[in-house]
Design a protein around this ligand. Sequence first.
Ligand code: KG4
Ligand code: ZN
Length: 351
Amino acid sequence: MAYQKECLLRAGKKEPVILGIESSCDETAAAIIRGRELLSNVVLSSATEQAKYGGVVPEIASRAHTDAIDEAVLSAIEQAKIQKSEIDAVAVTYGAGLAGALLVGLSFAKAFAFSLNVPLIAVNHIRGHMAAAYLADKTLEPPYITLLASGGHTAILYTKTYTEFEILGSTRDDAAGEAFDKAARVLSLPYPGGPNVEKLAREGKADIAFPKMFSGNGFDFSYSGLKTAVINYCHTKEQKGEPYSRADVAASFQCAACDVLCERAVEAAKQKNCDTIAAGGGVIANGYLREELTKRCEKEKIRLVLPEKKYCTDNAAMIAAEGLIQYSAGNFSPLSVNACAHIPLGKKGKQ
Ligand code: KG4
Ligand code: ZN
């Protein structure tokens, strides 16, 4: 009871200090923001260990989070040069992600919020990716178009207010990041797939005509056709004993996968009469995609909000940013909130 009373006292500040915690996959991350100003951002990753197994092993991730969470949070507080007592709320990813991994961050956050007598804010990881843009450009305000391209979701959204959005289009099968990871496997590249495809693509020419997904109406995507085309191309060459350039495959795949995202985002901005596109999600860290999107937005005189690469891949600054939105809307979570492995982005249309 005392906890809840104190929480209300902590609500309603204009520039609250929020601790963000993220542990949904293989990054143990903690960050502090004051209003939209980022004070610290700590990411401790178990990716090197996971790479030995070709992907994320959930049990290894959970153990790594257990080992790293104390250090991540304490470093974030220290680097932000604040006292624990200045924290007004704790925002934490409760899903989607690996259940065991999520539980480490969530349990820590509950205990921390309770001990400080401040509200807990359970954050949807993917909404965090979308909120990263608010830290990248402090003047960003809805309405605008969001281009979301991550490992689990690919969508074009009309962000109407801070808490309401409309899905204009989304992937009908694989997400963009998933396609990068599958292409990496076909090309025998190690985990993590996306950055390694990008690295190899730099040495190649994008001269293989892989299909561009969906040139038809609407803003939906499909990545499974592109994935099959890459597999077929490599296997046919191998069966015939013909040499081929893996770098050219990587570069051609990257173009096909990214161009459609840029085209659709710009089309959506025009259709919705929006002068701004904000991007988020791991795939937005891709250098080719960033250049292409920048060029197309400049040409169409659209303002582009592109978070730095380190705020596109998993981090806790974005969780704190989404926490700020929920804090401002007065949306706090009970300490009984549970981890959730799957959270749908929502159905097409208004949310
Ligand atoms: O947004 P994210 O954390 O996924 C979800 O939260 O669902 O991003 C992870 C995805 C992975 O599929 C990874 O391969 C991809 O983002 N990714 C990239 C790059 N960096 C990460 N894809 C292409 N190029 C990159 N540089
Ligand atoms: Zn993520």
